[in-house]
Each structure stands twice: as C-alpha cells, then as structure tokens.
Design a protein around this ligand. Structure first.
Ligand code: NAD
Length: 244
C-alpha cells in the first residue's frame, strides 16, 4: 500500500513541485486547491503520469469547515494520511503605516490559522496510526523579519512556534513535525518583484541565485522519509545561505 501525502495549495509553485516529487517517489497524493482551473487539471495529470493516485480536494484552508470536509474526503478514499504538507500561503505586503487591518488579518488567517485548521483535522488519524510527518512552510522572513511584511513575517514566525509546540506534543506517538524556511524561491509569489529587484536579491545571496521549487521539494522528500526519523521540531532553511 502506498503512503499518502496531502499538500495544501498544491496546484502551482512550491506546492505543485512537492506533489510531483512525492508522486515520483511512489506516494499517492491528495492535493488541495481553492478554485478549479487549468493549473489544477495540469497538476493532476502530471501526478497521475507517475502511476500513482491523485485526489483533488477543493477548499479554503482559512475555513475550518472546509478543512474538516477535505480531510474526511481524503480519509474516505485513502483511509490514512502519512504526510501532511501545510504549504498554502499568501502575501499582502505593505508598510505597517499603510497596512489595512483586513490585509493583516487575511494573511494570518490563511498562513497561520490555515495551518492550524488543516493540522487539527489530520492529527487524530496520525495519533491513531502512531505515525506521521507534518511539514509546515514557514519562511526566513519569519526568522529575520522584512520591512513591508509585518503580517507575513508574523504568520511565518507563528508557524515556527506552532511547529515546535506540536512536535513536543506528538513525539511520543512517533509523529514528527518540522518547518521549512525558504528564502527567495522562483514562483508566482516572487514573480511580482521587478527584474532589477530580483537581480539585486540574487547578488546578496551567498550562493548567488534565487532558489528553485525543486530545492524545497527535495527537503520535503527527505523530511517525509525514513532517513529523517530522528529529526523533529526543527526549522530548516532553504535559502542559499541568506540567513545563517
Ligand atoms: P504561490 O503563490 O505560487 O502558491 C501558493 C498556493 O497556495 C497557490 O496554489 C494558492 O492557490 C494556494 N492558496 C492560497 N490561499 C489559499 C487558501 N486560502 N486555501 C487554499 N489554498 C490557498 O506561492 P509559493 O511561492 O509556491 O509558496 C508556497 C509556500 O511557500 C507559501 O506558504 C509561502 O509563504 C512559502 N514561501 C515561499 C517563498 C518564495 O520565495 N516563493 C519563500 C518563503 C516561503
């Protein structure tokens, strides 16, 4: 029986690559999407080309009832979830002076409360199975801060606290919980930056390039595998050396 991985926000960017990398390694995949579109259809096709099963579940991670329903759909089909990747996330950047209360709230609701909503509904099944891996997407901005991102960095720092606390709660059940802190990874999220800004950022990175989605997905693969069975409660940077 294949292992089952559930990836939130998995139809583009880092989440899509995580889904494909795990599919290539023989996992059946449950992938969450918010709205049905071409990206979803392509992602599903690419996953199924790896000769594994793919279940797409629609829902907004900031909505608790959506998360409850999505997890039930996954359990109905696969009967278990071995790996949960809390990847869905957004930015709404603005200096605090001009940031709207709604934009602070929405980023916290999707990035941080969304991570709670999904994990809360998954954990009971991992507890019963006495095994599981939870991998949360944080950011180096949650560690080092960044002007214009008080909302985003607060949400990503919150994810680090959530990860460490949960790791302590569930270690005795053989459930390992870790966070990944990417630096600048080339995706739609960072494509909103102007080319000059991206070049400047690349120059400031010790490894002199932006990260690729594969750089993050390969770490997820490792954190899902038996090779990482003595690692929990950690935050691992994938940032080309930006934050040391
Ligand atoms: P992206 O914008 O390309 O993809 C994010 C995905 O999340 C999309 O599929 C989107 O539909 C989904 N999503 C957003 N809100 C959702 C909601 N409410 N419910 C369900 N799905 C929702 O972003 P990405 O660059 O691939 O980032 C993935 C994760 O990695 C995010 O958590 C992000 O904060 C984190 N991250 C990215 C970078 C980077 O440089 N790209 C750096 C650090 C951390």
């Amino acid at each position: 029986m294949n292992k089952i991985a559930f990836i939130t926000g998995g139809t583009r960017g880092i989440g899509k690559q995580i889904a494909i990398t795990l599919a290539k390694n023989g996992y059946d995949i449950a992938v969450n999407y918010r709205t049905e579109n071409e990206a979803l259809i392509n992602t599903k096709k690419e996953i199924e080309e790896e000769k594994v099963q793919c279940l797409a579940v629609q829902g907004d991670v900031s909505n608790f009832e959506d998360c409850e329903r999505m997890i039930k759909e996954i359990i109905n089909k696969f009967e278990k979830i071995d790996v949960l990747v809390n990847n869905a996330g957004i930015t709404k950047d603005m200096l605090l002076m001009r940031m709207k209360k709604e934009d602070f709230q929405e980023v916290i609701d999707i990035n941080l409360v969304g991570t709670f909503n999904v994990t809360k509904n998954v954990i009971q099944y991992m507890m019963k199975a006495r095994s599981g891996r939870i991998i949360n997407l944080s950011s180096i901005v949650g560690i080092a801060g960044n002007a214009g991102q008080t909302n985003y960095s607060a949400s990503k720092a919150g994810i680090i606290g959530f990860t460490k606390s949960l790791a302590k709660e569930v270690a005795s059940r053989n459930i390992l919980v870790n966070a990944i802190a990417p630096g600048f990874i080339e995706t739609d999220m960072t494509n909103i930056l102007k080319d000059e800004v991206k070049e400047e950022i690349a120059k400031s990175i010790p490894l002199k390039r932006m990260g690729k989605v594969e750089d993050v997905a390969n770490l997820v693969k490792f954190l899902s595998s038996e090779e990482s069975s003595y690692i929990t409660g950690q935050v691992i940077n994938v940032d080309g050396g930006m934050v040391m």
